[in-house]
Write a protein that binds this ligand. Structure first.
Ligand code: FES
Length: 128
């Protein structure tokens, strides 16, 4: 594992989000209530775009496609594909429940750092 400097803290104001590329992985940075979170930007169900997901007041993120809910701190599944009613349950059975990948973060001298696997730390690039 190694730490990668990904973004100036100033570029991620409170309640904002930003996708950064580390190696071949797109990581979603979220500043929620002053806490910085780093999670996979792609939903583990059917690759829904989590950068468009709602962040709840309790610190969860909701996938915009089938409304799976994941804890930002641990990636734990709080709800798996409840949407749309009836159909969502079927979609959830097509691909088994899987936690969201989360990454440790730290802020140092005004920069956000994310810890990733060694092989992904060689190339970093902001994507949106
Ligand atoms: S793609 Fe995210 S819940 Fe289905």
């Amino acid at each position: 594992m190694s730490w990668v400097k990904v973004l100036d803290l100033d570029a991620l104001p409170q309640e904002s989000r930003q996708v950064v590329k580390i190696g071949n992985r797109s990581i979603l940075l979220i500043n929620h209530s002053g806490q910085i979170y780093a999670v996979d930007s792609i939903c583990p169900h059917m690759r829904g775009p989590l950068q468009k997901g709602e962040v709840t007041s309790s610190g969860d993120i909701v996938c915009p496609w089938h409304h799976s809910v994941f804890a930002l701190t641990t990636g734990e599944v709080k709800s798996w594909t409840p949407w749309p009613p009836g159909v969502g349950k079927v979609l959830g059975m097509m691909k088994g429940e899987k936690a969201l990948s989360v990454f440790p973060t730290r802020v140092e001298e005004g920069n956000i750092w994310v810890e990733v696997e060694e092989s992904q730390s060689e190339n970093r690039q902001k994507t949106s």
